[in-house]
Design a protein around this ligand. Structure first.
Ligand code: SF4
Length: 90
């Protein structure tokens, strides 16, 4: 297998993964969130120190902005197996 090229890199970066919107995931900003289920305790939450931006693997807000560390959504999970905020979580 040959080394990846700059064209490979650009194709990869241009193709952003599809994500849910805030309303689809029932994203709730920190000021309305009285539970202990916070984004910064969820396995899908990442801090981009370079961009100065919090990102989520599941949700992309529109217009795009940082995910609040103390927000939540219905797909909050630590394990990827248990989803305590889903109504009928499996
Ligand atoms: S709670 Fe939802 S919005 Fe927050 S990090 Fe987890 S999946 Fe993303």
């Amino acid at each position: 297998m040959s080394d990846a090229t700059l064209a490979d890199y650009r194709r990869l970066i241009a193709d952003r993964p599809a994500k849910l919107t805030g309303p689809e995931a029932q994203y709730t900003p920190a000021s309305q969130n009285s539970t202990d289920y916070h984004c910064d305790q969820c396995r899908h939450f990442f801090i981009s120190k370079v961009a100065g931006y919090n990102v989520c693997e599941v949700v992309r807000l529109q217009p795009e902005k940082s995910i609040e560390s103390k927000a939540k959504c219905k797909f909050w999970t630590r394990t990827g197996e248990r989803f305590p905020l889903l109504n009928n979580h499996a």
